[in-house]
Design a protein around this ligand. Structure first.
Ligand code: NDP
Length: 292
């Protein structure tokens, strides 16, 4: 059976068009341009790429983008002062502090200083708490992107056995919570696995929908899944370089063996990755709307 490809690239493109229309309407009707501030501390190459991609996406959609690059030795006090300034800047509706931060800075302290109304990453405990109880809030971008892919591809989560591998605060745990909500893209029966799970294959083999976010290539192989499973591979691993020096990416799932049994699967790249940025843009638009 040839697995259907679940394309994040195509889905993100459609959502971008929807956002573009909404942004034009917001400008015309209310004279508001959504504004996103991205803060990068230090010069981690991967973080630079991510921040660059977010900036580019803002430009393409007509979102005002304010990028602040700070040296790696920036003090926590200075960073907190910047966050405070952005919290009070009326042109800025969303604030994103790129992680990881240098070791001398207390990451939670900085993230918790962001005004929850501008927390478009959805990492502030106020938004996390609201997400858990199903309230109105900014949903974290990657988990929201995972759910959006399932919904837009008509993959029914209601009543489905969903198994998640990975329990991080930014992927596994929020995905679990979203799948439990009593709404579209929710109502699933969810199992969350991690490194202390006794028999990973026992669980993955039961999955109607399998979501993998471990940070290790080939965590799940073809012999660990059942025929007809839907697989969302969140992983992004740099497994080598092309002759031109470009990174070769792989997910956390062994794509070749799993696609032989899956009904549908996300590729890496082109799966969850493009969804993350577009959900960030969606949250920024929402933050601007909330400011009316
Ligand atoms: P973390 O390292 O924070 O968490 C990994 C989780 O996977 C942990 O809970 C860990 O368990 C579990 N795990 C690791 N190995 C195994 C294993 N062999 N069996 C079972 N569980 C395992 O990673 P993140 O959640 O931040 O990221 C996960 C992946 O998703 C990465 O590849 C990352 O690059 C990618 N990612 C992609 C994004 C995108 O936009 N596409 C955005 C964010 C992440 P334990 O808790 O017991 O240690």
């Amino acid at each position: 059976m040839a697995a259907k490809m679940i394309s994040g690239t195509e889905t993100a493109k459609k959502i971008r068009e929807e956002i573009k229309t909404e942004i034009a309407r917001l400008k015309e009707k209310h004279g508001i341009t959504p504004g996103l501030a991205t803060v990068l501390v230090g010069d981690d190459p991967a973080s630079k790429v991510y921040v660059g991609a977010k900036e580019k996406s803002c430009k393409n959609l007509g979102v005002y983008s304010k990028r602040v690059d700070l040296p790696a030795d920036t003090s926590e006090a200075d960073l907190l002062a910047l966050v405070d300034k952005l919290n009070n800047d009326p042109e800025i509706h969303g604030i994103l502090v790129q992680l990881p931060l240098p070791k001398h800075i207390n990451e939670p302290r900085v993230l918790y200083a962001i005004d929850p109304e501008k927390d478009v990453d959805g990492f502030h405990p106020v938004n996390v708490g609201k997400m858990v109880i199903g309230g109105d809030c900014f949903l974290p971008c990657t988990p929201h992107g995972v759910i959006e892919l399932l919904v837009r591809y008509g993959i029914k989560t209601e009543g489905a056995e969903v198994v998640i591998v990975g329990r991080s605060n930014i992927v596994g745990k929020p995905v679990l919570n979203l799948l439990l909500q009593k709404r579209e893209g929710g109502n699933a029966t969810v199992t969350l696995c991690h490194t202390r799970t006794k028999d990973l294959a026992f669980h993955t083999k039961r999955a109607d929908i399998l979501i993998v976010a471990t940070g290790h290539p080939k965590t799940v192989t073809g012999d660990m899944v059942k025929e007809g499973v839907v697989v969302i591979d969140v992983g992004v691993n740099r497994i080598g370089k092309t002759a031109e020096g470009k990174a070769i990416l792989a997910g956390d799932v062994d794509f070749e063996s799993v696609k032989e049994k899956a009904a549908a699967i996300t590729p890496v790249p082109g799966g969850v990755g493009p969804m993350t940025i577009v959900m960030l843009m969606k949250n920024t638009l929402q933050a601007a709307r909330n400011s009316i």
